[in-house]
Design a protein around this ligand. Structure first.
Ligand code: FES
Length: 97
């Protein structure tokens, strides 16, 4: 076994499960956020395509850590609002460090 530090400050899990979220376009949303995070904030924001987050009735579901917050009922057209919220969270966490 080996231990190492986690580089990311924020982790964002976008449900890509087929039961609900992927029907509303979560794979494309996750890929767009992932590309943005990597290009603009490499290392600080990590976006992951996840399995079911247990919030299927409110698809698309996104879980954000360390805030331990769900974004529910997300639609691909909400992407700018999501980015804005992530940047605000990043600034808030960074200002405490
Ligand atoms: S399918 Fe996305 S939360 Fe369950």
């Amino acid at each position: 076994m080996k231990e190492t530090s986690i580089r990311s400050t924020l982790e964002v899990y976008v449900c890509n499960f087929g039961k609900s979220c992927s029907k509303y376009g979560s794979p494309e949303l996750a890929d767009g956020l992932k590309k943005w995070a990597k290009e603009e904030y490499d290392g600080s924001i990590k976006v992951v395509r996840s399995g079911c987050l247990g919030q299927c009735d409110d698809a698309i579901a996104i879980a954000c850590y360390p805030e331990r917050k769900f974004l529910l009922g997300v639609r691909p057209e909400d992407v700018q609002e999501i980015k804005k919220g992530l940047l605000e969270a990043l600034e808030k966490i960074s200002s405490k460090a």
